[in-house]
Write a protein that binds this ligand. Structure first.
Ligand SMILES: NC(=O)c1ccc[n+]([C@@H]2O[C@H](COP(=O)([O-])OP(=O)(O)OC[C@H]3O[C@@H](n4cnc5c(N)ncnc54)[C@H](O)[C@@H]3O)[C@@H](O)[C@H]2O)c1
Ligand SMILES: O=c1ccn([C@@H]2O[C@H](COP(=O)(O)OP(=O)(O)O[C@H]3OC[C@@H](O)[C@H](O)[C@H]3O)[C@@H](O)[C@H]2O)c(=O)[nH]1
Length: 340
């Protein structure tokens, strides 16, 4: 029984094909979007457990095989090029459903495809969960709170979202995905988990991803000006990727459906973030103001009381410790060593 929905049905039984495994692991886990930033770190953590067999499906829109290169050829790992808007049949016990472009520049690039990914992709993964009796976790987002009128955001807040704006393909798409998750839970007894992820950063983010931490770090390393979008007083709360992965696994393994906020409550304005990156990486760069895009949320900070109480989770890595870890990875990929 979930915290938020009544269900009269018991979960579907695992399919008999579950026993026809080619490799005898205890848990067969599907990660959609596993070639992306968070997905590939999640795969690394899941693969550390020898009882897990991991299957990744990805269409490589924003992800890359390079993120998974250490696992390609491993007997407990499989990589499938597949678009989640098409049905999929694989025998699995758990589904981490991450597939969806996450950076605003990428999700706005083909908004119809983004909403199809969120709606049809989630429907397909729920259909799969129902058919094979798997537990499914959706990576939803803090963007379901829109431009929040409540601060910090608790899970009980219903949000302030523009249904027809340029971000709607993503934030409304994720809201529908959450609805589908609960409808399948109530109607078919599917075991669901919903994580509302707040801004996450770390190694392997696309260098020209457009998200603020990756932009500022790449700009500082290249000696370019840091582009703070106006007004610069807007806030975000940044979670390091290892903390995020830990939270997602605890949610999947625990008893609570969610939705549960997973994020770091340390809140920064974009000017403060730029100043921190400048100080830590390159004190010689300028910070400049540039135009913003429509409907940019003005403030965002997770209330993580539920995550603490129900998952025993809270983030460990502070922004000042996470930025240098990401800098190292970006310097390697940009081939710009640190001057000593
Ligand atoms: N990183 C964040 O700050 C953040 C915040 C909130 C929510 N999330 C959610 O977490 C998940 C992962 O985000 P990320 O930051 O790793 O992004 P990412 O863009 O690096 O990863 C997304 C992955 O999904 C794949 N993908 C996209 N559309 C697909 C489709 N139709 N079929 C199959 N694969 C597809 C991409 O190729 C990519 O590998 C997303 O669902 C995102 O909405 C991320
Ligand atoms: O170069 C930049 C890029 C962005 N920004 C600002 O930084 C803030 C954060 O922007 P990002 O593009 O990194 O991310 P957003 O918070 O808008 O969306 C994010 O939120 C939740 C997730 O679901 C998404 O994956 C993620 O993109 C915005 O206020 C934006 O205006 C800059 O000041 N400069």
């Amino acid at each position: 029984m979930g915290s938020n929905g009544q269900t009269t049905k018991s979960p579907p039984s695992p399919s008999p094909l579950r026993n026809s495994k080619f490799f005898q692991s205890n848990m067969r886990i599907l990660v959609t979007g596993g070639a992306g930033f968070i997905g590939s770190h999640l795969v690394d953590r899941l693969m550390q457990n020898e009882k897990n067999e991991v299957i990744v499906v990805d269409n490589y829109f924003t992800g890359s095989k390079d993120n998974l290169k250490q696992w390609i050829g491993h007997p407990r790992f499989e990589l499938i090029r597949h678009d989640v808007t098409e049905p999929l049949l694989v025998e699995v016990d758990q589904i981490y459903h991450l597939a969806c472009p996450a950076s605003p520049i990428f999700y706005k690039y083909n908004p119809v495809k983004t909403i199809k990914t969120n709606v049809m992709g989630t429907l397909n993964m729920l259909g799969l969960a129902k058919r094979v009796g798997a537990r499914i976790l959706l990576t939803s987002t803090s963007e379901v709170y829109g431009d929040p009128l409540v601060h910090p955001q608790e899970e009980s807040y219903w949000g302030n979202v523009n249904p027809i704006g340029v971000r709607s393909c993503y934030d409304e798409g994720k809201r529908v995905a959450e609805t589908l998750m609960f409808d399948y839970h109530r109607q078919h007894g599917i075991e669901i988990r919903i994580a509302r992820i707040f801004n996450t950063y770390g190694p392997r983010m696309n260098i020209d991803d457009g998200r603020v931490v990756s932009n500022f770090i790449a700009q500082a390393i290249r000696g370019e000006s840091l582009t703070v979008q106006l007004p610069g007083t807007q806030t975000r709360s940044f979670c390091y990727v290892s903390d995020m992965v830990d939270g997602l696994i605890r949610l999947m393994e625990g008893d609570n459906t969610g939705p549960i906020n997973i994020g770091n409550p340390g809140e920064f304005t974009m000017v403060e973030l730029a100043e921190t990156v400048k100080e830590l990486i390159n004190p010689n760069v300028k910070i400049i103001s540039v135009e913003n895009t429509p409907d940019d949320p003005r403030q965002r900070k997770p209330d993580i009381t539920k995550a603490k109480e129900l998952l025993g989770w809270e983030p460990k890595v502070k922004l000042r410790d996470g930025v240098p870890l990401m800098e190292e990875d970006f310097r390697q990929r940009l081939a710009v060593p640190k001057k000593v």
